[in-house]
Design a protein around this ligand. Structure first.
Ligand code: FE2
Length: 330
């Protein structure tokens, strides 16, 4: 057990370099080593992690951090930071784009107060900015990584805790994420539909390239393929693992729902650059191979695209480009 902790400490230190992370990993705050928030079969986790969605259980549903008055306190804390939360209302189509949704005129806290009467979807994007939520996130991540055998298998970054607060019967539109997710249902019941991230009829290569390059809403819902989704009924205490880029959407029951997502991103610059390079290669009429099939070409594309991005960044800082950019603004 100590060996696993030491490995986890070493690897996390390498990934984020944070002293706080190090303390939590080692159990120095006295909480991480004693709690058991996540319950899942380690073998199932290791076999399916970031490959296929699967169900798990957790013990967070009764946690005081998720009582409505505490969530309101978190909302008041995040409200002056508009980038750290999202509220929309009235989404009734699975394929609704996020940039075409309606935002309520009332404040975040007013929306939470009136959730049962609205058709709202609230995303508290960075609950971990509040130290108590941060601690819970750290504890969940420590447990999950221990269950994984002390390693995620790849370098990670941007550990994150998102809380979804949803009105009765509200639909969460179809999409894919950059993050590797563990969705934990806290209050209310809902169904989440998760597709195989490697099914290229559900999620064509072109949509992944578009997603990593220019469009967060690139994934297109195909009703005829809905039967391929894994449907997970979520009651308080249930959870589901959603791999990176696994398409998903959710339908809330006739109840207010609170859902926690503990997630992180892989430090996958190479894969992201490959998709970006393929996006531009396809635009000039080529048919590029997906990442993973030809490692030499993958490396070449990643290096070329990374180099081009770096060069573009340098060029943008030169006086000539700065002057042109300033002229375009007026
Ligand atoms: Fe998502």
């Amino acid at each position: 057990m100590l060996g696993a902790f030491a490995t986890a400490v070493h690897q996390k230190r390498g990934a984020t370099g944070s002293e706080h992370d190090l303390m939590v990993e080692s159990g120095a705050n006295g909480a991480a080593s004693g709690s058991h928030w996540i319950e899942c079969d380690p073998r199932e986790l290791r076999e399916n992690f970031d490959r296929s969605p699967f169900a798990l259980r957790h013990n967070i549903a009764g946690h005081p951090l998720f009582r409505m008055e505490r969530l309101l306190q978190l909302a008041r804390f995040l409200e002056p930071r508009p980038d750290e939360y999202w509220v929309d209302v009235g989404v009734s189509h699975i394929d609704q784009r996020w940039d075409q949704t309606t935002h309520p005129s009332s404040s975040l806290t007013e929306v939470i107060d009136n959730l049962a009467q609205l058709d709202a979807w609230i995303v508290l994007r960075k609950a971990e900015l509040d130290a108590e939520y941060r601690l819970l996130l750290d504890e969940c991540m420590v447990e999950l990584r221990q269950l994984m055998g002390g390693t995620w298998g790849r370098r990670t970054c941007r550990q994150n805790s998102i809380i979804f607060v949803t009105s009765p019967n509200r639909l969460s539109a179809y999409h894919i994420d950059r993050e590797c997710n563990f969705i934990l249902q806290i209050q209310g019941e809902k169904t989440i539909y998760v597709f195989d991230p490697n099914d290229r009829e559900v999620l064509p290569e072109e949509e992944i390239e578009l997603f990593w390059t220019v469009d967060n809403n690139a994934a297109r819902y195909r009703p005829a393929l809905q039967h391929r989704a894994h449907a997970f009924r979520l009651h308080p205490g249930d959870g589901v693992h959603v791999p990176v880029n696994a398409p998903h959407w959710a339908q809330n029951d006739d109840n207010v729902s609170v859902t926690l997502s503990v997630n992180f991103q892989f430090s996958d610059v190479e894969r992201a650059n490959n998709y970006r390079a393929n996006y531009y290669l396809r635009k000039i009429g080529l048919n590029p191979s997906p990442p993973g099939r030809r490692p030499f070409r993958d490396n070449l594309k990643s290096w070329s695209f990374g180099g081009a991005l770096g060069l573009w960044g340098l060029l943008k800082r030169t006086p000539v480009f700065a002057k042109r950019a300033a002229a375009r603004r007026y």
